[in-house]
Design a binder for this molecule. Sequence first.
Ligand code: NAD
Length: 392
Amino acid sequence: MKVAVVKERRAFERRVAASPDTVKRMLGMGLEVVAESGAGEGACLTDAAFAAAGASILPDAATALVDADIVLKVQRPLIGDEDASDELSHLKRGAVLIGLLQPLRHSAAVEAYARAGIIAFAIELLPRITRAQAMDALSSQANLAGYKAALEAADEFGRAFPMMMTAAGTIKAARVLVMGAGVAGLQAIATARRLGAIVSATDVRAAAKEQVESLGAAFVTIDEATLRSAETAEGYAREMDEDFQRRQRAKITEVLRRTDVVICTALIPGRKAPVLLTETMVAALAEGSVIVDLAVDAGGNVEGSRAGEVVTTPNGVKIIGHVNMPSRIAVDASQLYARNLLNFLTLLVDKGGTLKIDTTDEIVRATLLTENGAVVNPALSSVMTEAQATTG
Ligand code: NAD
């Protein structure tokens, strides 16, 4: 069976879905690997490194994809007239596609996979169970995004993060507030602490308090009773009601009076990100303050943030809206993502190197989007109805 790895063509994407290390391991699993020339360029992985690991290098995406049985991607493939290159059209019927396909936000693309007869897997739908941890690309990428968010904030901030006592005077430590203490937020806390900042953090899940405090940061509690019911069985946050949001904003407004840097990481799976900092709250920050909106791709946690831009507000606050933060640390992000996909692949390929899709496995079932021309994922039931209607 042939596995294909191609260059990612979407804007702001430098990562690649395989590494020389995972190529070697795939060969060890009895698979053949082809890579488009330049596939790893954005992540400092050369064609020579892929070739040395045993991959065949092909001149373009079409040649690499055309007879591939399994296609490894970071971003969902380009479809139809989205761009000059229609990646999906190169995939053969029955090919397996694995990537961060964002099926809840891009249901039309899921229908297109079904119509093209693709067996598509969305890696972000992995259940958060112990067995799936080594495949958990959301966590591996969010961890690096949180680290990078703290560095980007430090870079834009006109002051230092640590307290410094010098002969010329003392510099005060920066005060950082992290909003959303999941995987990205916890790494942002740890990184800001390592840089010497005084860090506090908030979250709607009660479980976050202990994790925040274990990193040496102060937890800002909005309402303990509400926090206890804010976590879903899957470990994610629920969307909070208007009353909670009002109280959260009042409490955070107080904290902002003694905050220099805010790193926002709050997400709700399949939904628009919650607005945590309103325009009024941003306007209350001192000149020179910095905000990172890590949720900018999902609608944004901060009013006034703009995807792909660093905005300076009239009161001199910088709002960093970098799109796709993991891609800004593409070398490590690619290595970890490639490992996540390799571990996932071991579920789909048997010892003889042949494809075996076992839908009794809960990880396979949760991530499988389309099979035999239909949308089969229960999380996409409304999409399923539409796709079946159009395919007859
Ligand atoms: P996420 O990316 O969906 O959200 C980021 C954070 O934003 C979460 O902590 C969430 O509670 C928070 N948030 C949402 N709405 C908010 C609001 N209005 N105000 C403040 N904060 C808000 O979540 P994530 O980082 O992917 O993970 C969430 C949890 O799952 C974490 O506790 C993590 O440790 C856990 N997890 C478990 C496993 C596993 O067991 N295998 C794997 C990964 C993560």
